[in-house]
Design a protein around this ligand. Structure first.
Ligand code: ARG
Length: 467
């Protein structure tokens, strides 16, 4: 029996009937549907629509549905249930008969789905932030471990200046930490309770919306029933945030793929996160990283699907809104898997210290430090730049590095060069001269690492303090 068949004389076209069902995918909302139903039953009791005894029956039956769904294989095999709301009502009536039919008093599936999805978003943000926290922790652990290890920093993918490997890892920490903050902001806006909005213009019974909102741990009831039943901003915001997270993970993956090539060989891929080739026996491929890079495309696609589904909708509920569920679910699941794989990879990847260090010894990555040396001695930087560039040109011809030019040779370019210039050109001193907050001088990186650890601890403590 349908929830709405009374008005109809003809049955639904069987193909259309099957096609319009959302139960195959919205059954994952069962626990939220049960919690929201219990809260609604409480409001019905408070309004005197159901007796305390009836409330007791309903609450116990809802609990039983939850338990059985976890224990009984095939529990969800119900070809008739149109959606998770219909499914719960059917189960309730099967368990407690007529009393089960009272639960739908004063409510609509339009507000139910909006509520279930907000609860889903809330839990998803918490889970994703836990997984993200684990990846951030892995980045910090590795950064702490590679204390003095250096590598080239690139601009335009050309060697630029040496950098501490810890500083490079901390760059990813910052990007991903911002994603965590965005997730939290999205959670805060999602955390309002639509129940009591009715189908479109508000409940027809005097329901205590504050009570319902509190029972579900929401910050407050939504302000407008038409908005509440048709709003999916919270889904859009979450998937937007996940797109950016996906893009950050994709950039991270791309750089590690590059660094794992024989040409760079800065890192060695961990075997548990690599695959072989069925054709070429020697291959160890970075499939885990490539999949992370590839999966970000799905999330970005889902973002577009969500935005486009909502774009032309007049107020309030329209069935198109059912189409917002799958992109949301898929994005959350995909982001979760990517984070988990990235954290595991990050913990096991091996840094090839000798290759990374050797790469810092060629390519004139001390040229800017040489120009700075001159600038400190009163040469205007524009001129110092020109002088060092000329010296580099000579080195290119001679196939040597700046520090291999004699003092006489250097002085041909500028008399401001002195014997102490050589100590300014060592990798250690080039690093040390970037002595500003956010720079790569060793003690600055140590400070940054400490600050990052504190930020992460605050983020992880924040877990569980939110309803
Ligand atoms: N399965 C529906 C959805 O996800 C639930 C709301 C149905 N409401 C309606 N008026 N048909 O949107």
């Amino acid at each position: 029996m349908k929830m709405w068949s009374g008005r109809f004389r003809q049955p639904l076209d069987p193909h259309f009937e099957e096609w319009q069902r959302s139960f195959p995918f919205d059954q994952k909302l069962l626990r939220y549907e049960l919690a929201a139903s219990r809260a609604h039953a409480q409001a019905l009791k408070a309004a005197g629509i159901v007796t305390p005894a009836e409330f007791g029956l309903i609450a116990t039956a809802l609990e039983e549905i939850g338990k059985t769904s976890e224990q009984q294989a095939g529990y969800f095999d119900d070809p008739e249930a149109e959606d998770v709301h219909h499914f719960v009502e059917k189960k309730l009536v099967a368990l407690i008969g007529e009393t089960g039919k009272k639960l739908h008093s004063g409510r609509s599936r339009n507000e139910q789905i909006a509520t279930d999805l907000r609860l889903f978003v809330r839990v998803s943000v918490d889970n994703l932030r836990t997984l993200l926290g684990d990846l951030l922790e892995a980045l910090l652990d590795r950064a702490g471990e590679v204390k003095t290890l250096v590598m080239p920093a690139y601009t335009h993918l050309q060697r630029a200046e040496p950098v501490l490997t810890a500083h490079w890892l901390l760059a990813y920490f910052e990007m991903l930490f911002r994603d965590g903050e965005r997730l939290l902001e999205c959670r805060e806006r999602a955390n309002e309770c639509p129940l009591g909005s009715g189908a479109v213009t508000g409940a027809t019974l005097p329901l205590d919306r504050e009570l319902v909102s509190r029972a579900l741990g929401f910050a407050r009831p939504t302000a407008n029933s038409m908005d509440a039943t048709s709003d999916r901003d919270f889904a859009v915001e979450l998937v937007n945030s996940l797109s950016l997270l996906g893009i950050h993970l994709s950039r991270w993956a791309e750089e590690f793929i590059l660094f794992a090539t024989q040409e760079y060989a800065f890192i060695t891929l961990p075997e548990p996160y690599s695959t072989g080739s069925s054709a070429m026996p020697q291959k160890q491929n970075p499939d885990a990283l490539e999949l992370i890079r590839g999966k970000s495309a799905r999330i970005i696609g889902n973002q577009m699907a969500l935005l486009t589904a909502i774009k032309g909708l007049p107020l309030a509920y329209n069935k198109d809104l059912q189409e917002t569920q799958e992109p949301l679910f898929e994005s959350v699941a995909t982001a979760g898997h990517c984070l988990k794989v990235a954290a595991g990879f990050m913990r096991q990847v091996k840094f090839n210290q000798d290759r990374m260090k050797a790469a810092c010894e060629t390519g004139f990555m001390n040229a800017m430090a040489a120009a700075t040396y001159l600038a400190r001695r009163g040469v205007p930087f524009r001129q110092a730049h020109e002088i060092v560039a000329k010296a580099v040109q000579k080195c290119v011809v001679q196939d040597c590095e700046l520090e291999q030019l004699t003092l006489e040779e250097l002085r041909e370019f500028s008399p401001a060069f002195d014997a102490d210039v050589y100590e300014h050109l060592t990798v250690e001193n080039v690093l040390a001269c970037h002595d500003v907050p956010g720079g790569t001088a060793a003690h600055r990186v140590q400070q940054a690492l400490k600050a990052a650890r504190e930020k992460l601890a605050t983020m992880q403590e924040a877990h569980g303090t939110h309803a």
